[in-house]
Design a protein around this ligand. Structure first.
Ligand SMILES: NC(=O)C1=CN([C@@H]2O[C@H](COP(=O)(O)OP(=O)(O)OC[C@H]3O[C@@H](n4cnc5c(N)ncnc54)[C@H](O)[C@@H]3O)[C@@H](O)[C@H]2O)C=CC1
Ligand code: BAL
Length: 505
């Protein structure tokens, strides 16, 4: 069902698309109060796609009031879990029916290859919504054993109004990682998409409404971080912020919370993730394939990108040779051509940032093993830089582009030390033929997800999020994500004889 179409079919869909342009609040599209707009363009071509409502603090106040009203009157949270499940499954079905449109819109707005949008982003988005829908009527609350004189119940309740502040690198999927558990739990949401990639979020909101999610429960406020993200972070009636993006912006949300109502903050931030290849790795072809996909999937615009290859010195040359062979399959160019696996970076300014790391290759006299070429001011070919030391910016900073650094080691302890030599701790991969080494290294690396002999992000049932400066406050995906969007309430009922006697009197 999610097989890619041909380039001609994708272009025909693109030609017929209607782009949503207004914020979505209380079940209807509405322009910004102040009437302002911002432009959204196709990064691959520079073509203007749409002018979108540039909302501000007044629009945020309106959306929060509507979301709070919807939460307070119980139009969603007081439906049974089974009823919410059915609506969310209808929502998933509508997404499925519109999958080609969503894949093309995502690709046009972000520069991502349509092939990935069609085969990964859209199906994973739908699966995430289905998974949380299916979870919600299978959870049990607790009664605790507190003796014969009382009954203690511990129940989950939806946390309230949730602001979901999203990044541009996986617009649909990050939307699903936040809204699926939030809506399943019974919360009202206000989504603030990244300005670069607003279109699919608006279309999804429309489909959610069509599926039967009541007005005011799913709202989208479009605009900049300063004008929309900050007022949401500071709002006294927002109960929680669920954020994915950079660590510096994540840090701001902790300040906003401290300066307002101590709202709960869950952050999924950056990464500088190692792929550690031990001397006893068994199948170097498989390692090369996985390392390439870990580093270059989504142009490396991925918080879980394995951007540091840490390889035993004795096998480095052989591994690089095989990486070179796999890179031939990673063609760069028109995102709407399903033959291409590397599309455009999300914007000119992001291209400039990523390109500055290519300048370091020259200034630090590092060795370019593959790539290094740019095209049309927005495309960067997959690039592998050899001989990178921990002192280099390439080793330390999140690049968020298709650049892989290579560093060697000679002992297991050196490998672990290099892997942990970062302020981040999101993901890591270990390649080894030894079960003992796999377990030891996975336990010693300080990261929220360690994959062994593969690259990946787990599935909907496994939590995703980071140690150290990669995350804060909770995890995306899985039952643990569901619990992010709930408060726990204890209800203690006195059933002692004294209480019964008093009740009779
Ligand atoms: N962990 C991840 O998945 C992501 C990491 N990044 C990293 O961040 C770098 C910068 O990208 P940006 O788009 O600038 O990320 P960002 O973290 O600034 O943006 C993420 C979201 O936060 C909002 N935002 C920005 N400034 C805000 C503020 N002062 N108050 C409230 N909300 C605010 C944005 O509008 C967007 O919706 C990238 O080069 C990359 O290294 C970017 C996107 C996703
Ligand atoms: N790769 C999923 C999370 C992120 O990049 O933001």
């Amino acid at each position: 069902m999610h097989e890619p179409l041909t380039a001609a079919e994708y272009k025909a869909i693109a030609a017929g698309l209607q782009f949503p342009t207004n914020a979505f609040v209380d079940g209807t599209f509405r322009p910004a109060n102040a009437g302002k707009t911002f432009k959204t363009t196709n990064p691959a071509t520079g073509e203007l796609l749409a002018e979108i409502a540039a909302c501000d603090a007044g629009d945020v106040d309106h959306a929060v009031a509507k979301a709070k009203q919807a939460f307070d009157d119980g139009r969603w949270r007081q439906r049974t879990p089974g009823e919410r499940k059915e609506v969310l499954l209808t929502f998933a079905k509508l997404l499925e029916e519109n999958r080609h449109e969503l894949a093309v819109m995502e690709s046009l707005d972000s520069g991502k290859p349509v092939r990935e949008c069609q085969t990964v982003d859209v199906p994973d988005t739908i699966h995430t919504i289905r998974w949380h829908a299916e979870l919600v009527d299978k959870l049990y609350d607790n009664t605790n054993s507190v003796g014969p004189n009382a009954l203690a119940m511990v129940v989950r309740e939806p946390i309230g109004v949730v602001a979901c502040v999203l990044p541009w690198n996986f617009p649909l999927l990050m939307l699903a990682w936040k809204i699926a558990p939030a809506l399943a739990a019974g919360c009202s949401v206000i989504v603030k998409p990244a300005q670069e990639t607003t279109l699919t979020t608006l279309r999804v909101a429309e489909l959610a409404h069509e599926a039967g999610i009541p007005a005011g429960v799913f709202n989208v406020v479009t605009g900049s971080g300063r004008d929309v993200g900050e007022p949401l972070g500071l709002h006294m009636d927002v109960d929680m912020v669920a954020f994915t993006g950079s660590t510096p912006t994540g840090r701001r949300f902790l300040h906003y919370s401290a300066d307002s109502n101590l709202k709960k903050v869950v952050l999924e931030c950056g990464g500088k993730n190692p792929a550690v290849v031990l001397e006893d790795a068994e199948d170097l072809d498989l390692v090369a394939e996985q390392v390439v996909s870990g580093a270059f999937w989504n142009m490396g615009e991925n918080c879980s990108a394995s951007s540091r290859l840490i390889v035993h010195a004795s096998i480095k040359d052989e591994l690089l040779k095989r990486i070179g062979a796999y890179l031939r399959e990673w063609k760069t160019g028109d995102p709407l051509d399903p033959e291409n696996r590397i599309g455009a970076l999300v914007s000119k300014s992001h291209f400039e940032k990523v390109s500055s790391f290519l300048d370091d290759v020259k200034s630090e006299k590092l060795s370019l093993a593959f790539g290094g070429e740019t095209q049309s001011g927005v495309f960067i070919e997959p690039t592998v830089v050899d001989g990178v030391t921990p002192a280099s910016r390439l080793f330390k900073e999140e690049i968020f582009g298709p650049i892989l650094s290579v560093t060697t080691f000679n002992s297991l302890s050196e490998a672990v030390a290099l892997a942990n030599d970062t302020n981040y701790g999101l993901t890591a991969s270990v390649y080894t033929g030894s079960l003992r080494n796999a377990i030891r290294v996975s336990r010693d690396i300080r990261a929220g997800l360690v994959t062994v002999n593969c690259f990946g992000e787990g599935d909907a049932s496994t939590p995703f999020g980071g140690y150290k400066e990669s995350g804060f406050g909770g995890r995306d995906k899985s039952i643990f994500a569901h619990d992010n969007y709930c408060e726990l309430k204890t209800i203690w009922i006195d059933v002692s004889e004294r209480a019964v006697d008093e009740a009779i009197r």
